[in-house]
Ligand binder design. Structure first.
Ligand code: MG
Length: 304
């Protein structure tokens, strides 16, 4: 049976005008949300999203249940925004990981909407598992700008997808076979903007436990400037479906690790592109080059 332990750290609560990040860590479900919208809208959206996600997922803690829970979170934020003029237009990112399936076939299911991220540290490699739904990320995908240019682009905060901005939402979803020793890092952009991938990898690898790792990351981001809320959840697979440390071969690259599953568009079928036509990307964190932006059948191979 897959066992995990986890740690959570955030600077939310530090004296600021707004605190728009929220985290959730509950046995088999982990999430980070980063809200947006004036008049407390960002805080309301993030809070409502993680609460709805948790309530709904534990009613049906399955693969499809997680995606349903994200849809429910989207609907809750959308409806609240429609009902209250002061909150109209609010939204939030949401990145989440859940343990789903029955032993010994358990999987980690990842879902993402927006530009918070989930990374995987396996062995010595840090891989960014999620794609950002941001304008600059699309420009990078289209070859219009480089990742380095994207990091400092004035439009880097503009999202192309968010929870609560429409009545329905496209969800990126993947399955991962957990390996003993895996550390998953869920974070808001407050971390990403302040701490380089290499530094993140080092801090997570060096920490004795997930709580220490999450605190070290938030401390580093705060030291580096911390102009935005910083929220981090680190989940460690204590006992996985796979032995650890087998990461030196083909499972090193993200497309080989992840099986894409469909979100709302069930017709696309397993192994097809994720919703919204976004191909699973694949960047090796800490390296400048892309590790194959493949999609489709190749992504389904490595799982199982
Ligand atoms: Mg933020």
């Amino acid at each position: 049976m897959t066992e995990v332990r986890w740690g959570v750290a955030t600077d939310v609560g530090r004296v600021r005008t707004t605190n728009q990040d929220r985290a959730l860590a509950a046995a088999t479900l982990f999430a980070v949300a980063d809200g947006m919208g004036g008049h407390q809208g960002g805080e309301v959206a993030a809070e409502l999203a993680v609460r709805t996600l948790g309530d709904r997922f534990f009613q049906d803690p399955t693969e499809s249940g997680l995606r349903e829970a994200v849809r429910a979170a989207n609907a809750a934020v959308w409806e609240r925004g429609q009902a209250d003029a002061a909150l109209r237009g609010m939204g939030t990112t949401l990145t989440a990981v859940a343990v789903v399936g029955d032993p010994p076939e358990e999987r980690l299911e990842l879902v993402n909407v927006g530009d918070s991220r989930t990374y995987l540290l396996r062995g010595d490699r840090l891989l960014q598992l999620t794609n950002d739904h941001s304008l600059v990320e699309e420009m990078v995908r289209n070859g219009e700008i480089s990742p380095a240019e994207a990091a400092v682009h004035p439009g880097r905060h503009i999202l192309t997808r968010a929870i609560g901005e429409r009545p329905d939402v496209d969800i990126d979803a993947w399955l991962l076979v957990p390996a003993t020793g895996d550390r998953l890092l869920l974070c808001s952009d407050g971390l990403i903007n302040e701490v380089q991938d290499r530094e993140m990898a080092e801090l997570v690898r060096r920490s004795r436990d997930p709580q220490g790792a999450s605190e070290a990351l938030v401390a580093r981001a705060t030291d580096n400037g911390g102009s935005d809320n910083i929220t981090v959840v680190v989940v460690e697979v204590v006992d996985g479906a796979r032995p650890g440390r087998e990461s030196t071969s083909r499972s090193d690259s993200r497309p080989m690790l992840l099986e894409a599953v469909t979100g709302g568009n069930e017709a696309a079928g397993p192994g097809g592109p994720t919703l919204g036509g976004v191909s699973p990307g694949g960047r090796e964190a800490g390296g400048a080059e892309a590790v194959g932006r493949g999609s489709g059948p190749a992504d389904a191979d490595a799982v199982g």
